[in-house]
Write a protein that binds this ligand. Structure first.
Ligand code: DGL
Length: 282
């Protein structure tokens, strides 16, 4: 097993169904500049958002085991909302390290942002059907209304993050969601982006929501929680003696590494570097 070579520099494993989770990795790197990271994007089996709980749990457990057994991850961050919603328990059972998902941090951030205690959540079909966000929000004293927006992931994958078609699709989804909220007597003032891909649509989404509605990014919220968990060990200023030490970021994809390298930079906000091909079997 490969382990982190510096005891104060833990290896954090980050998992997603594809590239989208790089938005979470980006937020983690900003808050934990001294941690090492190994990222798996299960691009061969994307999307998870249209699959069953059983399949999602099996796929996610395989990636989690690779990150812990082969990469020496001491902590796991499940960047994928769908895997967090449907398979967090299964992942936790599959590995002997702490596992952090994106749902609870997203709900906590919504509670901090909302004054009316009514929140909207947009996510994949599987995430919405699981009602994981509704349960996490209820546990925080919030009323949540969720809506599946299945067209948004392929539009982002296509690179249409600032395209009139995407703008139109967002408007349609949010109008439907608002109408349903109104019919249920809700007064939402917060919208949670419950999918790895949606932060890339944030400018369009912010234009489409009513003035005053706060947009919560689960990626940001999760990175904040991760920073609190790892605080003292990897955050804070880098001592002068360690300033030349580079944090290591290793990326693995289960399908075309070329595509991952090309599209991944859009999500990570900088070049992803050399991506390694990973075969997780069936
Ligand atoms: N990563 C997924 C999520 O955050 C979106 C892509 C997929 O459906 O696999 O829900």
């Amino acid at each position: 097993m490969k382990t982190s070579n510096h005891s104060s520099t833990p290896m954090i494993g980050v998992f997603d169904s594809g590239f989208g989770g790089l938005t979470v990795l980006r937020a983690l790197i900003e808050r934990l500049p001294r941690a090492n990271f190994a990222f798996v994007g299960d691009t061969a089996r994307l999307p998870y958002g249209s699959k069953s709980r059983r399949t999602i749990a099996r796929y996610a457990a395989q990636s989690a085991q690779f990150l812990v057994r082969e990469q020496g991850a001491e902590y796991l961050v499940i960047a994928c909302n769908t895997a967090s919603a449907l398979a967090l328990d299964a992942i936790q059972e599959a590995v002997p390290v702490p596992v952090l998902g994106v749902i609870e941090p997203g709900a906590t951030a919504a509670r901090q942002a909302s004054k009316t205690n009514d929140v909207l959540v947009i996510a994949t079909n599987a995430t919405v059907q699981s009602e994981a966000y509704t349960a996490a929000c209820q546990a925080q004293g919030l009323r949540a209304l969720e809506k599946a927006c299945p067209l948004l992931v392929p539009l982002v994958e296509e690179g249409w993050t600032d395209h009139p078609v995407t703008e139109e699709v967002i408007d349609i989804y949010l109008n439907e969601l608002r109408a349903e909220a109104w019919a249920r007597g809700l007064n939402p003032d917060t919208l949670v982006l419950g999918c790895t891909h949606y932060p890339l649509l944030r400018p369009l989404i912010e234009r489409a929501v009513r003035p005053g509605v706060k947009v919560i990014d689960s990626a940001e919220a999760t990175a904040q929680v991760a920073a609190q968990i790892f605080n003292g060990r990897v955050t804070g200023p880098v001592p002068a003696t360690e300033q030349t030490e580079q944090t290591e970021i290793r990326c693995f994809a289960t399908d075309s590494v070329e595509k991952f390298e090309r599209l991944g930079s859009r999500f990570l906000g900088r070049p992803v570097g050399k991506v390694e091909l990973l075969d997780l079997g069936g």
